[in-house]
Design a binder for this molecule. Structure first.
Ligand code: FMN
Length: 186
């Protein structure tokens, strides 16, 4: 994916294109990413999420339940890291982002009932339950009020290409005059 013969800018376009594709292609390896946050008691947390929308290396959007731990963590500390791995192409991408967590009524309304179900269990995610089935009880009216969107505005990225003949790594940092891009030693 990242090519030493191409300019940094050309490589960044390719990586951005792959991320954009993953937001619409359910089979793309970048479709599932690890979202890392810092908990309210300052402990590291990580979990898989789905890449729902993407604007290249600038912005990533994730859907979740308002009541989940990740939302509490991001409300107390809006910094997160988004971590991707493409096993075939051997590319790792790490994004540092600032997040906003919010209701998005228009997306919530557009969800079909099956999708809406993921965000409307009667018992809040993370609650202790007596039996697994206790968590499968859903609001009959399929309310969408727990649907939340996490908007991640990227301010740094690190892209690593593993290769037999020399690894490649590009770092980008958002400054006052735009992206500062550099090759860096892997
Ligand atoms: C492949 C995969 C995709 C997932 N996608 C999402 C997602 O898009 N949004 C979400 O809130 N949880 C998703 N989950 C569940 C989370 O990993 C996590 O278990 C759950 O959201 C609770 O996390 P929290 O308690 O840290 O907030 C996914 C899990 C897996 C294994």
């Amino acid at each position: 994916m990242i090519d030493a013969q191409k300019s940094i800018l050309e490589n960044i376009r390719v990586v951005s294109g792959q991320l954009n594709r993953a937001s619409v292609d359910h089979k793309h390896p970048f479709r599932f990413l690890t979202l890392c946050t810092v908990s309210e008691d300052l402990l590291p947390e990580a979990r898989m999420v789905v890449l729902r929308k993407c604007d290249g290396l600038n912005e990533v959007r994730i859907f979740t339940d308002r009541r989940s731990q990740k939302v509490a963590a991001l409300k107390s500390n809006p910094n997160c890291r988004l971590f991707f791995w493409h096993p075939k192409q051997r590319v790792q991408i790490s994004l540092l982002a600032t997040t906003v967590t919010l209701e998005n009524e228009s997306i919530a309304k557009s969800l079909n009932d099956e999708s809406a179900k993921q965000y409307n269990s009667v018992v809040s995610p993370g609650s202790v339950i007596q039996h697994p089935k206790d968590a499968w009880v859903h609001d009959r009216n399929l309310t969408r009020e727990n649907f939340y969107e996490i908007i991640c505005s990227v301010r740094e990225f690190d892209a690593l290409q593993l290769r037999k003949n020399g690894h490649l790594r590009i770092k980008g940092k958002l400054g006052e005059s735009g992206w500062e891009l550099n090759w860096i030693s892997p």
